[in-house]
Design a protein around this ligand. Structure first.
Ligand code: SF4
Length: 107
């Protein structure tokens, strides 16, 4: 007995519209990584020291460094206007933290 649902045509076209222009990041190295590695540092939370955040983000950059789809990810992030993403490690790009030279990027 099959429990597969049949999608209505409207759902398929809606998904197609939402996903249009999204990169194919199949095989991304971050899939198996702890997603918290890539988070930005929020000083207002004070749950993590600045140095710990920098070390954590370097581990995330290392994950990106061995990612087979880094170029596509990087192209995607460079096109994103969302400033929240600028605080995270994405595509091997380090966020601009205080004390970190602006524009430093991947390994
Ligand atoms: S480059 Fe980094 S953030 Fe982008 S898909 Fe690969 S591991 Fe994930």
């Amino acid at each position: 007995m099959s429990h597969a649902k049949t999608l209505e045509p409207g759902v398929v076209s809606l998904l197609s519209e939402v996903l249009a222009g999204q990169p194919n990041l199949s095989g991304a190295a971050c899939v198996d990584a702890d997603p918290r590695l890539f988070d930005g540092w929020l000083p207002r939370e004070r749950t993590e020291s600045f140095d710990a955040a920098k070390a954590r983000q370097e581990r995330a950059v290392a994950v990106c460094g061995r990612c087979p789809v880094r170029a596509d990810c990087r192209t995607w992030i460079n096109d994103q206007p969302d400033r929240h993403l600028a605080a995270m490690v994405v595509g091997g790009r380090r966020p601009n933290l205080p004390g970190r030279k602006k524009g430093t990027t991947e390994r």
